[in-house]
Ligand binder design. Structure first.
Ligand code: SAH
Ligand code: SF4
Length: 357
């Protein structure tokens, strides 16, 4: 029976090194292959002209080199580009490319759906959940670079990666860690840890682990300043209440001096956006002596969600209180509203469409 060929991107660098050793190939060949795939965006072994013909044939016989299918691709009037990737089992995840003046960010997913069901989050309504494999996480970056034409190293457009798409990255720690290692690799994609942000709902043990192992930027979905409200909108707070979460943030700060943690704070009208809460937030940050900045995020409403977006004057008022205490608290610009910008919306809309058909 013919052996089923696997995609070469399903292997880590050390696994490829081991494969190559079996084939009697020198380690520097791995570096060349790696650079073709991850620095130059090769989509076939045939184009890897600095490898011998024999080696290319060998690779061809043993491995595949292809991308998952792009099942949807929407470009917003502001340049934001949202696409869905479909994997071998038909499951889909979304990624969003966000170009700005001085940088361009790709927001990637770590799970199909999400294990948690935070009340304001659309992804949380999706029942199908599985972890993404590390290569499915990396594939989102490769495909984004294909779509925007970003394989010319001297004119690199994509500068930052954020794990803020679908899923809770720290419920898929091992795959996220492997993906970060591949993103970091300077023979390939070459995103230093400070250009990668992992956003978490607040899994304390993994925050502590990542502070030593991954060293990426950390973003915390905070969204509330007391346990009562936070537990109500984010059930994970029951397991890891604020005092534990903020103590873990302090440890992250200590392990990664000079690096600000981002607190994400989605502004829910009349729920968490009052002056009292702004003051409570200042107190918490002072009490734990945290090096943070606060991203004030206008809520993206979606059908069936009980919350509404705070008006701009409420958001600005909240911001003023934070600023008075010398905290950095930008209001995030809403982007790509016309292509369903809320987290997980595109994917859900695509599933509804399928059901309708
Ligand atoms: N699970 C991780 C990462 C994915 S969510 C986490 O929770 O951090 C990425 C960010 O989008 C989080 O801060 C999340 O709270 C925010 N978010 C989710 N739904 C949103 C909505 N409808 N409007 C605005 N931000 C939202
Ligand atoms: Fe999951 Fe994050 Fe959405 Fe909560 S906010 S449901 S953790 S993706």
């Amino acid at each position: 029976m013919e052996k089923v060929k696997k995609n070469i991107t399903n292997f880590t660098k050390s696994e490829i090194l081991a494969e190559f050793a079996n084939l009697g190939e020198k380690p520097f060949r791995v570096k060349q292959l790696w650079s073709w795939i991850y620095a130059r965006g090769a989509k076939s072994f045939a184009e890897m002209t600095n490898l011998s013909k024999e080696m290319r044939q060998n690779l061809e016989e043993r491995f595949l080199l292809n991308r998952p299918e792009v099942s949807k691709d929407l470009i917003s009037f502001d340049g934001t580009r949202k696409f869905l990737l479909k994997f071998h089992d038909g499951r889909e995840v979304e990624s969003v490319f966000i170009p700005e003046e001085n940088r361009a960010t790709l927001c990637i997913s770590s799970q199909v759906g999400c294990t948690l069901a935070c009340k304001f989050c659309h992804t949380g309504t999706q029942t199908l959940v599985r972890n993404l494999e590390f290569h499915e996480i990396v594939a989102q970056v490769l495909v984004a670079k294909d779509l925007i034409g970003d394989w010319d190293k001297s004119a690199k457009r994509l500068t930052n990666i954020v794990f803020m798409g679908m899923g809770e990255p720290f419920f898929n720690y091992e795959n996220v860690a492997k993906a970060v290692e591949i993103l970091n690799d300077c023979d390939g994609l070459d995103f230093s840890a400070r250009r990668i942000t992992i956003s978490t709902s607040g899994l304390v043990p993994e925050i502590l682990r990542a502070s030593k192992e991954l060293k990426t930027h950390l973003a915390i979905s905070l969204h509330a300043t007391n346990d009562k409200l936070r537990t109500e909108i984010m059930a994970i707070n029951k397991k890891y209440p604020l005092k534990d979460l903020l103590a873990a943030c302090k440890s992250y700060n200590k392990e990664n001096p000079g690096q600000k943690i981002t607190f994400e704070y989605v502004m829910l009208n009349g729920v968490n956006d009052g002056e009292e809460q702004a003051k409570e937030l200042v107190e918490l940050i002072k009490k734990f002596n945290l090096n943070v900045k606060i991203n004030l995020i206008p809520f993206n409403p979606w059908n069936g969600c009980e919350y509404g977006r705070s008006g701009i004057s409420r958001i600005e008022n909240f911001q003023k209180i934070l600023k008075k205490s010398d905290l950095i608290a930008p209001i995030r610009k809403t982007r790509g509203d016309d292509v369903l910008a809320a987290c997980g919306q595109l994917k859900s809309e695509s599933e509804r469409e399928k059901r309708r058909r």
